[in-house]
Design a protein around this ligand. Structure first.
Ligand code: GLN
Length: 501
C-alpha cells in the first residue's frame, strides 16, 4: 500500500509515512511530541540495521535534542523544523555524534563543533537522528567503498543504493528518517536519490556552506537535502543554505531564499533542454523509457522540449577524475596520524609513522585517488594533466551557458542504468563511467536534482535529472514539484517484504 493510499483510507498514517512538511505540522500542532517521534524513528532505524544505512546512532543524544524541541514547542518558539528527526551523512562533523567520513582513518573521531549545515538545521529545531553510511571520504558510486559495511538498496537488497550518499538514500527510501543530508561532489546526492526512488537536490556551488564538511574535492563539494518530495527538499534547502562568509571562503554572498514560494508556478512555456549527448548509445532502454514518459508529462504541463548539445559531456569523466583526485590528494594530506585520525601503534621514526598511519587508515579507492592526484600535480605532469583538465572544465561550464540561451532547465537521466548488483562493478573505471551524466554540471558548479520518474529493469527506480543555471534552485524545485503533482513515482516505496527483518 502506498503512503497515499494509506492516508486517503482515513487511517492514522504511521509517523514514518509522513513527509517532513506534514510531520513538522503535526509536531507544531502538538499532535505528536518530538520525543515520541524520535523514539519511533530510532526503533525503525535499529530494526532495519541490516540495511547498513547508519554508521552511528546515539539514543540518549537524540532524545536529549528531542526533549529540548518539545520545550520550545510548549513555549511557542518552535522553528520550522522543530522536532523533525534528520540524519546526516557521516561527512558532516557533529559535536554529539562521532564523524568517520566512512573511513577507518577517522574511527572514533569526535568533532568539537557542528558543521554549518548541521547547526543551521538544529537552530530551526531539527533533531539529529544519527550519522549515515557513505563511501570513504565520499569517493564512490555505490557505497561499497565504505570502510564499515555496504549499504543495501531497500528496493532490492542484492543491489547497491548508489553513492557516495548511499546510507542517506537508504534511510529515506526505507522510511528510517523523514529526510537526510547528503553531499555531492560529482553526483553523490543525485545518483543515490535516483537509485532509491527519492528526491534530492544539489544546490549551486557555494550556496550551502562547506564549513565542517570533511573535504574531498573543495572546488566541487556541495551539501544538499534528500527527502521524499520536492516540497520537502525546498523546505530543507531553505534551512541549509545561505552565506557563511567567515567560515567558507567559497560561500556565495547571496541572501538565503525561501524555496517554497515558487513551487506551484505554472510550467506553461518552460523550455526544457534535452542534451543529445545524454540520450545516446550508453543509455539503457529501460531508463530511456522512464525518462521519455516523464518528459511527456512535462509537455502536458505546458513545457516545450528543445534539443540542445553539451558537446564535451564525455570529457567530463577524465576531467573530473583528474581534478577531484588532485584536490583530494591535497585535502587528505592532513591525515598524517599527528593531529587527528588513525595513528599506527608501532613505528620507527616520524616518516615511518606517517607512512604506516596512512597505509592502515585509508582504503584502496582513497589510496588510488591520492596517488593519481599526486601524480597529476607533480612537476612535469601538472601542465599535461591538471592544467589541461582545468581548461576543459572552463569549456564545459561555457557549454552550459550556451545551452541556457536556448532553454530554461536541462533534463535527462541521472545515470545510464538502474542500480546495479553489489560487487558487479569491481573495476573502478566501470564506476567512474557511470558518473557521466552527473559530472558535467558538477564541474560547472550548477544546481542539479533527481526526481523519481518511473521504474526500470527489475522494478528499480529511475530518476530524472534536472539541471538549472546558477542559483536557479527554485526553478528546479518548481519543475520537480509540478511533476510530483502529476505523477506518483515519489510516493512508491519498496514493499516491506523486501526489507531485511
Ligand atoms: N562517484 C563520484 C566519485 O566517486 C562522485 C562522488 C561524490 O559526488 N561524492 O568521485
Amino acid at each position: 500500500m502506498t503512503s497515499e493510499a494509506h492516508l486517503s483510507s482515513g487511517a492514522t498514517p504511521d509517523l514514518h509515512d509522513l513527509t517532513v512538511t506534514a510531520l513538522a505540522k503535526q509536531l507544531r500542532d502538538g499532535k505528536v511530541s518530538a520525543v515520541e517521534t524520535a523514539q519511533h524513528f530510532l526503533a525503525r532505524a535499529k530494526s532495519q540495521a541490516a540495511l547498513g544505512a547508519f554508521l552511528s546512532i546515539d539514543e540518549a543524544a537524540t532524545l536529549q535534542q528531542a526533549q529540548a524541541a518539545d520545550k520550545r514547542i510548549a513555549a511557542g518558539s518552535a522553528g520550522v523544523l522543530e522536532g523533525v528527526p534528520i540524519a546526516h551523512k557521516d561527512i558532516f562533523v557533529t559535536k554529539d555524534f562521532p564523524t568517520t567520513a566512512g573511513s577507518k582513518m577517522l574511527a572514533g573521531y569526535r568533532s568539537p563543533f557542528d558543521a554549518t549545515v548541521v547547526s543551521r538545521m538544529a537552530t530551526l529545531g531539527a533533531v539529529t537522528l544519527g550519522k549515515l553510511n557513505c563511501d570513504e571520504f565520499a569517493m564512490g558510486s555505490g557505497n561499497e567503498n565504505s570502510a564499515y559495511m555496504p549499504a543495501l538498496n531497500p528496493w532490492d537488497t542484492t543491489r547497491i543504493p548508489g553513492g557516495s550518499s548511499g546510507g542517506s538514500a537508504v534511510a529515506v527510501a526505507a522510511r528510517l528518517a523523514p529526510a537526510v543530508t547528503g553531499t555531492d561532489t560529482g553526483g553523490s546526492i543525485r545518483q543515490p536519490s535516483s537509485f532509491c526512488g527519492i528526491t534530492g537536490i544539489k544546490p549551486t556551488y557555494g550556496r550551502a556552506s562547506r564549513y565542517g564538511m570533511v573535504a574531498f574535492a573543495s572546488s566541487l563539494d556541495q551539501a544538499g537535502p534528500m527527502a521524499r518530495t520536492a516540497e520537502d527538499c525546498a523546505l530543507l534547502l531553505s534551512a541549509m543554505c545561505g552565506p557563511d562568509l567567515d567560515r567558507d571562503s567559497t560561500s556565495l554572498d547571496v541572501p538565503a531564499e525561501d524555496y517554497s514560494l515558487r513551487l506551484n508556478d505554472s510550467l506553461e512555456g518552460l523550455r526544457i533542454g534535452l542534451p543529445k549527448e545524454f540520450f545516446g548509445e550508453g543509455l539503457s532502454a529501460d531508463v530511456r523509457q522512464a525518462i521519455d514518459a516523464a518528459l511527456k508529462e512535462y509537455e502536458k504541463l505546458g513545457a516545450k522540449l528543445v534539443e540542445i548539445s553539451l558537446p564535451r559531456t564525455e570529457l567530463s569523466i577524465p576531467v573530473y577524475y583528474i581534478i577531484a583526485p588532485a584536490e583530494a590528494s591535497s585535502n587528505l594530506s592532513r591525515f598524517d596520524g599527528v593531529k587527528f585520525g588513525h595513528r599506527a601503534d608501532q613505528y620507527t621514526d616520524l616518516l615511518d609513522m606517517y607512512k604506516k598511519s596512512r597505509a592502515q587508515g585509508f582504503g584502496d579507492e582513497v589510496k588510488r585517488r591520492i596517488m593519481i592526484g599526486t601524480y597529476v600535480l607533480s612537476h612535469g605532469y601538472y601542465d599535461a594533466y591538471y592544467l589541461q583538465a582545468q581548461k576543459i572544465r572552463r569549456m564545459i561550464a561555457d557549454d552550459f551557458q550556451q545551452a541556457f540561451t536556448q532553454c530554461d532547465v536541462i533534463a535527462g537521466p541521472v545515470a545510464p542504468t538502474v542500480a546495479w548488483k553489489l560487487g558487479a562493478k569491481s573495476d573502478p573505471l566501470a564506476n567512474y563511467l557511470a558518473d557521466i551524466f552527473t559530472l558535467p554540471s558538477s564541474l560547472a558548479g550548477l544546481p542539479g536534482m533527481s526526481v523519481p520518474a518511473g521504474l526500470g529493469e527489475g522494478g528499480m527506480p529511475v530518476g530524472l535529472q534536472l539541471i538549472g543555471n546558477y542559483l536557479q534552485e527554485s526553478r528546479l524545485l518548481n519543475a520537480a514539484h509540478r511533476l510530483q503533482q502529476a505523477t506518483d513515482f515519489h510516493l512508491r516505496q519498496p514493499s516491506a517484504s523486501k526489507l531485511v527483518s
